[in-house]
Design a protein around this ligand. Sequence first.
Ligand SMILES: [Zn+2]
Length: 216
Amino acid sequence: MRSRSSYYGRPWRKLRITLLNNEPLCRICGQPANEVDHIVAVDAGGTDDPSNLQPLCRSCHAAKTRAEHQHPQASGTLRVVVVWGPPASGKTTYINTHKRDGDVVLDLDALIAAIGGDRHWVRTPHWWRIAWDLFHDATRATLTYTPERQTVWIQSGNELSFEADNYGRPIEVSSVRIEASPATCIKQAMQRGASYDSSREIVEKWFKTLRVSAKS
Ligand SMILES: [Zn+2]
């Protein structure tokens, strides 16, 4: 969505052309873009700053604008299931066998792994900061906007809790811990292609950390 005054003005037209030249493809679907979208709608406080603008094709832009008008925020009780446990213990399998069509799956481990880069970058203070923001934003958006008819499945290495106050709606959280021995996890990690050494390192670290946090 854009504001009427800036849309028709010369500065907006110039900005629009520059942006489409720099990034000619729709950021959602990759087709040629022909419109510039405000990521946060102007009505919701978004600005014309380039960081709030993205190229979209006509149909993606229309769908996003329609969603902003029709579904500003969900308000009914949202059911959230946190499925947590050690690495390679079978969390994905558990979710896939229990979720219904249309449910939302938020895999926090995968999300954080997606900004892994190389081993020197992972676990630096900057990496933690980015991982935390990503985790926080993804969870907030998912719990705020998911319609109540859909269950949100959150896959995580740790047990998580959520304050309903942060999402502007009632939230009903249940927690499922996937039980698996370290030996089973190491075996399953290796079946997914990891080496014995790295599987053992990751799995043992998880169990050690859990024991520490359970004591405190
Ligand atoms: Zn598109």
